[in-house]
Ligand binder design. Structure first.
Ligand SMILES: O=C(O)CCc1c2[nH]c(c1CC(=O)O)Cc1[nH]c(c(CC(=O)O)c1CCC(=O)O)Cc1[nH]c(c(CC(=O)O)c1CCC(=O)O)Cc1[nH]c(c(CCC(=O)O)c1CC(=O)O)C2
Length: 346
């Protein structure tokens, strides 16, 4: 078991993650820091994304911005899923308007050796930033995160963001031994990245398998599930583990088998339906991020609907069904936080 830092028992977020009844429904948003906030744009000006992720004071400031502005019940560490891959020496850049781009994609057995293990010293800036944050955050818990092996592998094999993940799927089926080699090394890297964050003071983790929805259930079970399970195992029994994917309605049960205590649900599946399928899981979600751009009446009505549907779950952590869209109005996100708190405080 990883040496997790003890955290405040009264946090509504941690209580809900443990399946207990919190004093109010906790709320945080994926991508709550970042481009939707003017103070982020100001803080990031002139610094590349990866450089920002390697600068502890800047990471601390950016992570704190949405906590100050919205009064959310948890902070998410400001980083990116490709940070540990860049840290082991892969040539990756985050290109504005495109996303992560890999100079030399992984395709063959010979490429496997480029996926060396992550050493905590490779990400000393993460340990330092988490330490700074624990002091700044007080009672507000910090969520650490990593990308899941399938989603990371897709970036590495395709060379960048992909709609169909064709090269990844082709490699999986035609060279399964190369696939499993890549995915098991990625599982070790993301498991270690999660462990570093927990040892430094993160009180929960989220594993993003953003693109897992592109797989059939059978392929998910064969090619992704064992590796995500391995990635999450390193922090089992240390902190609550949240597992999230997009368009993964057909995978809800399979993804829950990774052992994560909390299942992230995207906006396509109503939470009460997800609760019927996963009665033993805490659920996180799932307001459609596009609705943050709707008028106040529509946004409030949808927020209330998600809160009501969430009551069917063992416990509910309110979130969006995916990340905050860059042109969201921060005032609308504040409205959502206040509405969830007002309508659920016991
Ligand atoms: O479409 C693509 O495949 C590229 C996606 C992309 C990634 N990093 C990226 C981009 C470019 C962009 O967002 O424009 C590049 C990236 N990562 C991030 C930012 C900041 C922002 O969104 O404004 C940005 C944009 C950087 C910039 O130009 O300012 C930070 C980030 N990535 C991530 C997180 C964790 C979270 O969402 O809460 C966080 C931290 C957010 C926070 O502290 O509040 C996680 C991440 N990065 C990434 C993915 C995969 C897929 C996806 O975005 O849906 C995922 C997981 C997910 O969101 O499902 C890859």
């Amino acid at each position: 078991m990883v040496n997790a830092v003890p955290s405040s028992p009264e946090s509504p977020f941690l209580a809900a993650c443990r399946g207990e009844e919190p004093g109010r429904t906790p709320v945080w948003f994926m991508r709550q820091a970042g481009r939707s906030l003017p103070e982020y744009k100001q803080a990031r000006a002139g610094t590349s994304m990866l450089e920002a992720c390697r600068t502890p004071e800047l990471v601390c400031e950016i992570t704190m911005q949405p906590v100050r502005r919205y009064g959310v019940d948890a902070a998410i560490f400001f980083s990116d899923i490709v940070v540990p891959l860049a840290a082991i020496g892969l040539d990756i850049e985050i290109v504005p308007g495109v996303g992560p781009v890999v100079a030399e994609p992984l395709r063959t057995e010979a490429d496997l050796k480029r996926l060396r293990n992550l050493d905590p010293c490779d990400v000393g800036y993460v340990t330092e930033a988490v330490g700074l944050l624990r002091k700044e955050l007080g009672d507000t818990p910090l969520i650490g995160f990593a990308g899941a092996p399938f989603t990371l592998a897709s970036y590495l094999i395709e060379g960048g963001p992909s709609r169909d993940h064709a090269k990844t799927k082709a490699l999986m089926k035609s060279r399964p031994e190369v696939w499993h080699g890549i995915a098991s090394r990625l599982a070790a890297i993301c498991g270690e990245f999660l462990r570093v964050q927990v040892e430094a003071g993160a009180q929960a983790v989220q594993l993003f398998d953003s693109w897992a929805g592109a797989l059939s259930e059978a392929d998910y079970r064969t090619y992704a599930l064992p590796h995500s399970t391995a990635a999450l195992a390193g922090v089992a029994e240390s902190v609550p583990r949240i597992h999230f994917g997009v368009g993964t309605g057909h995978l809800l049960e399979a993804m829950a088998e990774t052992g994560a205590e909390v299942s992230g649900v995207d906006f396509r599946i109503p939470l009460d339906e997800a609760a019927k399928r996963l009665p033993d899981k805490v659920l996180q979600g799932n307001l459609d991020p596009a609705l943050v751009l709707a008028d106040d009446a529509a946004l409030t009505a949808e927020t209330d609907r998600v809160v009501a549907a969430g009551r069917a779950a063992k416990a509910h952590v309110f979130n969006l069904g995916h990340g905050v869209l860059p042109d969201s109005d921060p005032g609308k996100l504040k409205l959502v936080v206040d509405r969830v708190h007002e309508t659920t405080t016991r």
